[in-house]
Ligand binder design. Sequence first.
Ligand SMILES: [Zn+2]
Length: 282
Amino acid sequence: MKVTLLGTGGPRPDPARMATTTLVEAGGEPLLFDAGRGVMVQLVRAGIPLASLARVFVTHHHFDHIGDLFDVMLNTWMAGRTAPLTIWGPPGTRQIVDALTTQVYDRDIAWRTLAEPSSGGWAPVEVNDIVAGPVLSTERLTVTAEIVRHGDGLGLPEAFLRRWTCLGYRVEADGKTVAISGDTVDCPGLERLAAGADMLVIPCFLARSEIRGDDARRLATHIIACADTVGRVAARAGVKTLVLTHHRPRPDDTLLTEIEADVARVFTGRIVMGRDLLTLEV
Ligand SMILES: [Zn+2]
């Protein structure tokens, strides 16, 4: 398997990083995890033929993870995709895709279908709203999903939390395992995703020294994994390579170096500090 970090940033615009999106090439095909800002440009830079993209896995509905989903649907089509594009994601993904194709971009899709008939007409998008469990199984690979915790402990209203499911994914192919945690804190779902993984791609948002004050502690405890957590999770799960992603704009690398040192205090495996377009063999 091969993992390419297409985006390693977050919601805030960062000239150095697109939003968190990861490509896994497994069983001879490209699998896209999330579709954040810049995904299509990064796929071109990574040399992936756009029309070959047929499977997208959405972790959750924050805009830094789905902001360019329309671009994936439309540009794979414009690049010659004729087969359906299949998208898996938490409950509500179908509603989002339907809104994009039948409301936001319905005129564009109709225009291109009518004005550029050589494109062969709209190539459909199929959506599967999923929760934990088996997602995809082919002769060469399997993908499973787990529910992870990203904001659940904040005391948000039950009515909202019923509409807020966050997923991580585990890809197994060629005897290897890659886990994509999605945005999460330490939780049983993350533990199952990471168990014995050859590679875990996980956010590591703050250095230990940045976890000061109520807001930062609340964030590190309930919203997104930070340098106080990630190494411990990986060590407990027996992960071989830990890839740290979802970074915020920073003026220089000082705190990234600190994050790496924080994680290395408890995790003795290989640590990779994520940067855009880094490709890793698994
Ligand atoms: Zn998020």
